[in-house]
Design a protein around this ligand. Sequence first.
Ligand SMILES: [Mg+2]
Length: 208
Amino acid sequence: MATLARFAAWIARLDAVYAEQKDYLTDLDAAIGDADHGINMARGFAAAHQAIVAAPPADVGALLKAVAMTLIRTVGGASGPLYGTFFLRAAPVAGAVAEVDAAGVEALFAAGAAGIAERGKAVVGDKTMIDAWGPAVEALGASRAAGGAVADMLAAAAAAAAAGRDATLPLVARKGRASYLGERSRGHIDPGAASTALLLAAAHETLG
Ligand SMILES: [Mg+2]
């Protein structure tokens, strides 16, 4: 079971991870974007962490909603609305509960990722964060179907997201700012896929 305390630990971990990985994400974005992804993610999750510490949400749905609203308000560029959409769509799927079971974890991640795909109008292979989200959600479902517990599911999702991130390296971008570069976007990891892989690795470390 993924408890409210574990969801709070996930957001605290994301605050630390994006602070640590700020330069890495900014360097990736500098190669094919506008060099702001690291600072945006660090700022957004610092604010989200601060928000849930200042006013601890009463249930998992409320926590996800608070994170969504904070990200949408504080993160610039495309990534704020996209990650905000993930948490906003996941919130009502989780609902006003103190803990989420394996089916609920699969459902909330699937709903959140579907929201990102819809909002970004991207599919796997476009060289966006969806290249990490798509395989991660598939892996979650496959793991649960095979009888996996939340920890197993998130381990599979984190591994799939990392593989999806690495698979963006040879691709030519078809969506987002990197698509303006055409062939020159080849040979670089997509920064959004990289931040998504970090988000799922942190979920594995904290939620299961
Ligand atoms: Mg950027």
